[in-house]
Design a protein around this ligand. Structure first.
Ligand SMILES: [Zn+2]
Length: 339
């Protein structure tokens, strides 16, 4: 029996419930994993509560696949089949997606997206690599950028220390043309990268304290290359408030080592992961020092690698339904306005 989209989403959710930045629902985490999901569950989740929860599925990719019809249904696409070529054409009125069995790419609105794996038949059902859903989400559900008008979360006057660049950004005349005054990366971190960085993905650590060193130790239990993020910005607990630490995956990026922060292969490969120490779901908020450092770092990275502001994303935007990282108190709208 073919699983329904709901089954699929449920299965993916449980398979990917590493969630990291977001503490999984305690009820879920306290339950033993269903037997059939054991293989996909993290096997070496750190047991101590003080370490950062992991953000990511293991680097050893599980070759997750999604049944074609479930994917189409999840995105509201109607399917037609070309009986001569065997290709499937999906449409939703404005978009067209072409899926050809036994190839390693899909066409979305005539644009070709190479996939990590093959589109293939299994037991009479056509399966696509799981990353296909990321492409579709990105291209078919592109959402508008946050509105500039009002962000009570940041500007309600109750927060100390918010007279920093973010507040100033709000009072600037509407969107002056961006003069490229971007700070550059410290030379030790400026890497003549052999990959095309396209995204910046922002995380919180979901811990009150910590820094690159402690997160590296906990991630090391699971991944050979340790710390999944490229950069960590301290909150004054283990490292300085606003102190930027660079991780080994950034330094070794030209050796083919990807990030392990997004829960999504595409964003791990082409997305720079920045983690702010803190839990911004439990009432905690980034410190002004962290926001200033984040802005500087983002602007430097955007400038160095040609990353547009629209590609600066919250983790939850690349991992919808699986995490609410970097937490509901992260002031994304205001932050993006400041870029
Ligand atoms: Zn995250």
């Amino acid at each position: 029996m073919r699983p329904t989209a709901r089954h699929l989403i449920t299965a993916l959710s449980s398979a990917m419930l590493l969630s990291g930045c977001v503490r999984p629902d305690p009820m879920v985490i306290s339950q033993p994993a269903p037997q059939q999901r054991v293989a996909a569950a993290p096997e070496s989740e750190p047991a101590t509560p003080k370490v950062a929860l992991l953000d990511e599925e293991p680097e050893e990719d599980k070759a997750e696949e999604i049944a074609f019809y479930d994917l189409a249904q999840a995105f509201g696409l109607k399917v037609s089949i070309d009986l001569v070529t065997g290709r499937r054409v999906l449409r939703d009125g404005t978009n067209t997606v072409v899926v050809m069995p036994s190839t390693k790419h899909i066409l979305i609105n005539h644009r070709r997206f190479p996939l990590e794996g093959m589109i293939r038949w299994k037991q009479g059902t056509l399966f696509l690599p799981a990353e296909s859903s990321a492409f579709l989400a990105e291209w078919l559900e592109r959402r508008p950028l946050p509105q500039v008008a009002h962000d009570p979360e940041l500007f309600d006057g109750s927060e100390p220390g918010l007279n920093d660049p973010l507040r100033r950004a709000r009072t600037q005349p509407a969107r002056a043309p961006r003069v490229s005054k971007a700070t550059s990366l410290p030379s030790a971190w400026r890497i003549n990268s052999n990959r095309r960085w396209r995204y910046i993905v922002i995380h919180h650590s979901a811990t009150d304290v910590g820094g690159a060193k402690s997160f590296h130790a906990s991630h090391k239990k699971k991944w050979t290359n340790g710390l999944g993020y490229h950069f960590v910005i301290g909150n004054g607990s283990s490292t300085g408030d606003g102190q930027v630490e660079v991780g080994p995956r950034w330094q070794r990026q030209n050796k083919g080592i990807d990030g392990a922060h997004a829960g999504n292969k595409r964003y791990n490969k082409y997305g720079i992961g920045i983690c702010l120490v803190g839990n911004f779901n439990k009432g905690g908020r980034p410190t002004p020092g962290q926001l200033v450092a984040l802005r500087r770092l983002c602007r430097a990275l955007m400038s160095s690698y040609g990353i547009p502001a629209r590609n600066v994303l919250k983790h939850q935007e690349v991992r919808r339904g699986h995490t609410d990282c970097p937490g509901k108190h992260f002031p994304m709208a205001a932050f993006k306005r400041s870029l």
